[in-house]
Write a new protein. Structure first.
Ligand code: ADP
Ligand code: ZN
Length: 408
């Protein structure tokens, strides 16, 4: 190659590949991986540091973090580890996590506690089994619970960590999109009682969150969509431009594109971490995160908890709830109809339900909402919006307006 050409190429090139002594196939491979910059970016773990009353913690997001294992190994202080998980996740993700941990931390004494999957298992009985497993392990005050699974495992294992010896570390390793963007961040832990969801629990922020987006590849499509509803929620209450971003990336997110997924998880965690840092114990702003949830919980309770009965899963119920909250905002003159229409369209793009399931009685739903924790003495309290991106807590919402939206 002439010196002139070499100099010119050096000036304009974005990527340089040495072809000396390489065959065509090998050059082809090098070009492909150099052009696959997007993929490389996605594989690079990203980190978000979060303040909490128990001290700062890191949220790591990236594809392959469980196989890598470094972030997990570094988050464990003592010698005892209880990995809490459910039967599905134990089959799919546990072997990788356990192998990483044993490779990087041969000093650890590790036990595994596995529960059956499903919200119906988030009980005091299962909590008792988890703390019994800690006792059997001989867990000391510097022991760590690793919560490997969806929101159910995270809440239950987090509560076991919160209560064992008045509180030991929990590392949240969420394996559902919903848990990555919502339940693993912010420190709420607990179990359900027959009288209602999450009635017994504690604020217990994690020592670290490790969100391996590669784990989502085995998640059923329905669960992925349900998680996307909570992602949409952040745009709805905090940032209209995030709704545009989601609209742009809808196909990529549904296809599990690693770059778009990592970005959506990280941005969601940031919105949540910001509001939780301002209001860790939900005395004010944090309640905005309940957008769509007063309606959603009423639907969930009225239909009976699990999706197994043919009803909606949590994220789906929240999708319907957000549509109703947006309609109620329009009816109360707080927001334009166009905002509600736009939210509806985005949720539909994600394949989420947007109507109250047939057979649920509006007055029964209203009665459920009167019992909701978010109803205070003065009347029904709702999280509504003053248009896309501007969530607002509204007290004394007239029941007639709520009924009109439910029946409509
Ligand atoms: P959520 O995180 O939505 O609150 P769960 O903890 O109930 O929900 O998890 C939803 C279901 O998905 C459970 O049956 C659980 O075993 C299963 N699950 C969790 N993570 C994965 C995964 N990465 N791949 C496949 N199934 C998973
Ligand atoms: Zn939720």
């Amino acid at each position: 190659m002439s010196a002139v050409r070499t100099a010119l190429y050096a000036q304009v090139a974005d990527i340089r590949i040495d072809t000396n002594g390489r065959d065509a196939a090998s050059v082809h491979g090098a070009v492909e991986s150099a052009l696959g910059l997007v993929d490389i970016v996605a594989r690079e773990p990203r980190r978000l540091d979060v303040e909490s009353p128990r001290g700062a913690y890191a949220i790591h997001v990236g594809a392959g973090l469980l196989a890598d294992g470094r972030q997990l190994a570094e988050a464990i202080r003592g010698r005892h580890v209880l990995i809490a998980t459910d039967a599905n996740v134990a089959r799919i993700q546990l072997p990788v996590l356990e192998a990483s941990l044993r490779r990087l931390r041969p000093d650890l004494v590790i036990a595994v506690h596995c529960m059956p999957p499903g919200e119906a298992e988030k009980t005091l009985g299962r909590w008792q089994e988890a703390v019994a497993a800690l006792a059997k392990l001989g867990a000391t005050r510097d022991a760590t619970v690793v919560a490997l699974g969806g929101g159910v495992v995270g809440d239950l294992a987090g509560f076991a960590a919160a209560t064992w010896m008045r509180g030991i570390d929990v590392v949240q390793v969420p394996t559902t999109l919903l848990a990555m963007v919502d339940s693993s961040v912010g420190g709420k832990t607990g179990v359900d009682l027959p009288a209602g969801k999450n009635l017994v629990g504690a604020f217990h922020p994690p020592a670290a969150v490790i969100a391996d987006t590669a784990a989502l590849s085995t998640l059923p499509a329905r669960e992925l969509r349900a998680g996307l509803a909570e992602v949409v929620k952040y745009g709805a209450i905090f940032d209209a431009t995030f709704l545009d971003w989601l609209d742009d990336r809808a196909e990529a997110l549904l296809a599990g594109d690693p770059e778009a997924t990592a970005e959506a998880v990280l941005r969601s965690c940031r919105y949540k971490a910001d509001v939780v840092a301002r209001d860790p114990f939900e005395r004010g702003d944090r309640a905005l995160l309940n957008f769509g949830h007063t309606f959603g919980h009423a639907i969930e309770t009225e239909q009976g908890y699990t999706g197994a009965t043919g009803g909606l899963v949590h994220g789906e119920a929240v999708a319907v709830g957000m549509v109703l909250a947006a309609r109620l905002s329009t009816a109360l003159g707080r927001a334009a109809q166009a905002d509600a229409d736009r939210l509806l369209a985005l949720l539909q793009r994600f394949g989420l339900p947007t109507r109250v399931p047939a057979g649920l009685d509006p007055s029964a739903l209203l009665a459920r909402m009167r019992l909701d924790k978010k109803a205070d003495a003065a009347g029904l309290r709702f999280v509504l919006w003053d248009g896309a991106g501007r969530g607002v807590i509204v007290r004394d919402v007239p029941e007639s307006a709520v009924m009109a939206v439910l029946a409509g």
